[in-house]
Write a protein that binds this ligand. Structure first.
Ligand code: CAA
Length: 257
């Protein structure tokens, strides 16, 4: 399938989606989101893919929703079409997503990175929710996911002022898992994604689902859900193989079941 605003590749068991609207700093127009969702769906349905990386250019992961496209939108229209609802499909992807962020990840760009499971940032990365400066607020999860990632003090600071934070501040406050030099970003993202793709597929899906459940449920319910998933994995051949391999001091041979 050909795409206008993204580039799609694969490296072994890792899918790669590169946002590609260089003239607009990868601003997330409707067509780009449609292409991104289609590419992620294709990787989701491809049994040989175990993890996907979303990345942008060196200058911009994504500078937010497309402001030019939003300019003439009216309240009844965006209400009726439920503008931004389709962005949530990224968060519905069950296989792990790694965001490899270089340059700007602002507004919807920061929100897209937060829909991924692990954010790896280059040293030049800049994160922020500048919507307040446009007379709006974040609309693709920013007010909810940022506070869960970094806590109220930092989330309010960023969302109410609209300022940007650099990669090291983002790592210190827990938004970002790792910071690496710009030239090592893809190498680091790829080795992380390969490592994830190399684990038991069933266990990886269960782990992602259990961790995300912590966002949605009170602790006791989350603990019960985790326990049940943990129990369920004892029905899988991969669980038996993983433990056998450990005890026999050899690498596991995953069957994906
Ligand atoms: N939408 C549309 N176009 C954008 C854009 C965006 N979000 N961000 C940048 N561009 C375009 C610029 O208009 C410019 O286009 P032209 O060359 O045709 O003029 C081009 O990209 C390069 O941008 P700049 O000249 O501004 O580059 P810069 O290096 O001087 O500044 C920047 C970079 C600080 C990121 C600045 O572009 C900027 O502030 N962008 C907007 C960031 C923003 O407000 N994002 C939030 C959008 S709202 C949102 O995302 C809502 C939501 O919750 C989903």
């Amino acid at each position: 399938m050909s795409h206008e605003h993204i580039r799609v590749e694969r490296e072994g068991e890792v899918g790669i989606v590169r946002l590609h609207r260089p003239k607009a700093l990868n601003a997330l127009c409707d067509a780009l989101i449609t292409e991104l969702n289609a590419a992620l769906r294709a990787f989701e349905e491809n049994a040989s893919i175990g993890c996907t990386i979303i990345t942008g250019s060196e200058k911009a992961f994504a500078a937010g929703a497309d402001i030019a496209e939003m300019q003439d939108r009216t309240w009844p229209a965006i209400w009726q079409e439920d503008f931004l609802a389709d962005w949530d499909r990224v968060a519905d992807v069950r296989k792990p997503l790694v965001a490899a962020v270089s340059g700007y990840a602002l507004g919807g760009g920061c929100e897209l990175a937060m829909m991924c499971d692990i954010i790896i940032a280059a040293e030049n990365a800049r994160f922020g929710q500048p919507e307040i400066r446009l007379g709006i607020i974040p609309g693709a999860g920013g007010t909810q996911r940022l506070i869960r990632a970094v806590g109220k003090a930092k989330a309010m600071d960023l969302i109410l002022t609209g300022r940007m934070m650099d990669a090291h501040e983002a790592e210190a406050c827990g938004l970002v898992a790792r910071v690496v030099p710009v030239e090592q970003l893809m190498e680091e993202a790829l080795s992380t994604a390969r490592e994830i793709a190399g684990h038991s597929r069933t266990a990886v899906l269960a782990a992602k689902e259990a961790v995300l459940r912590a966002f949605e449920t009170p602790l006791q319910e989350g603990l019960r859900f985790e326990r049940r998933l943990f129990h369920a994995l004892f029905a899988t051949p991969d669980r038996k193989e993983g433990m056998e391999a450990f005890l026999e001091k050899r690498p596991p041979r995953w069957s994906g079941r």
